[in-house]
Design a protein around this ligand. Structure first.
Ligand code: BEZ
Ligand code: FE
Length: 290
């Protein structure tokens, strides 16, 4: 047994030593630590050759299903909590700044600009939702002209980019006014599954986990001199809040979405046939470099 342990430990040190001549100290640190942790895992669970082969097959399938829209490796990172942990490390709490959460795979660079009070649904199906709030720095001063990117799934649980033709819908961007205020129409968020027809979905099934994400509305907010915030808001009372498949929910990001009766005039004087909802989300940006 001692001999076996020595064989295994020697191999770890030999692999680690293979990075000795690496000219990039950070790369050397990353590779060394990765190898030590990987070997610890393999040795701790006494990985069988069949299990090793299954892992290789899994990664191969993840590669095959990945394309410009579908990113199975990010899904894997998300469902193992690695994305959220990286966000936690790189977006440390700063005073009263709004907390960050997972980016997800469905942001696109070229969303349409909407005016303050405009509608970013662009015909996507769902209950209308009036969203308003104020963007400030941590000292409470208003941030005028902050760029607010918003994106969400429609009521069928699909993002525009998941549909054939990929007409842009349920996404857009706008800018806060001189007092930092913003307002727009979107859709009341509903729960939807992460793409689960690939190896990550099969992994979730095998371990008895649901692919559902808690209902949410994505935001990315940026302003000069501040740390760009990538986050979501989640409706209070959503049944999946604490079962989110990518571990993205933080208590501070749960907001009251208040359902309004049909025909009640909206804040901008519209009369809507069906029910609609309202939510307020005040956004506090941390200083750049914090
Ligand atoms: C999303 O919220 O859009 C998302 C996040 C992580 C994985 C899949 C989808
Ligand atoms: Fe999402």
């Amino acid at each position: 047994m001692r001999e076996q342990e020595a064989v295994e430990a020697t191999l770890v040190e030999t692999v680690v030593a293979s990075f000795d001549d690496c000219q990039d100290p950070r790369l050397q640190e990353l590779m060394t630590s990765l190898v030590r942790h990987l070997h610890s895992f393999v040795r701790e669970v006494r990985l069988t050759e069949e299990e090793w082969a299954a892992a290789i097959r899994f990664l191969t399938e993840a590669g095959h299903i990945t394309d410009a829209v579908r990113q199975e490796f990010i899904l894997l990172s998300d469902t193992l909590g690695v994305s959220m942990q990286t966000i936690n490390i790189n977006n440390a709490a700063y005073e009263n700044a709004t907390e960050a959460t997972v980016f997800g795979p469905f942001f696109v660079e070229d969303s349409a600009a909407i005016a303050l009070g405009g509608d970013l649904a662009f015909g996507a199906a769902g209950e209308p939702c009036w969203v308003e709030g104020r963007v400030t720095a941590t000292d409470g001063s208003p941030l005028a002209g902050a760029r607010i990117e918003v994106w969400e799934a429609d009521e069928d649980g699909l993002y525009d980019v998941q549909r054939d033709g990929a007409q842009r819908a349920a996404r857009g961007h706008l800018f806060s006014d001189a007092a930092g205020n913003y307002r727009f129409w979107a859709l009341t968020p509903t729960p939807y599954p992460i793409p689960d027809d690939g190896p990550v979905g099969r992994m979730l099934t095998a371990v008895g986990r649901s692919p559902l994400r808690a209902s949410h509305l994505h935001f990315m907010v940026s302003a000069p001199g501040t740390r760009t915030l990538v986050t979501h808001i989640f409706p209070e009372g959503d049944p999946i809040l604490w079962d989110d498949s990518v571990f993205g929910v933080k208590q501070s990001l749960i907001k009251k979405f208040e359902r309004q009766p049909a025909a009640k005039p909206t804040p901008d004087g519209r009369v809507i046939d069906g029910t609609w909802s309202t939510v307020r989300f005040d956004i506090v940006l941390a200083p750049a470099g914090s």
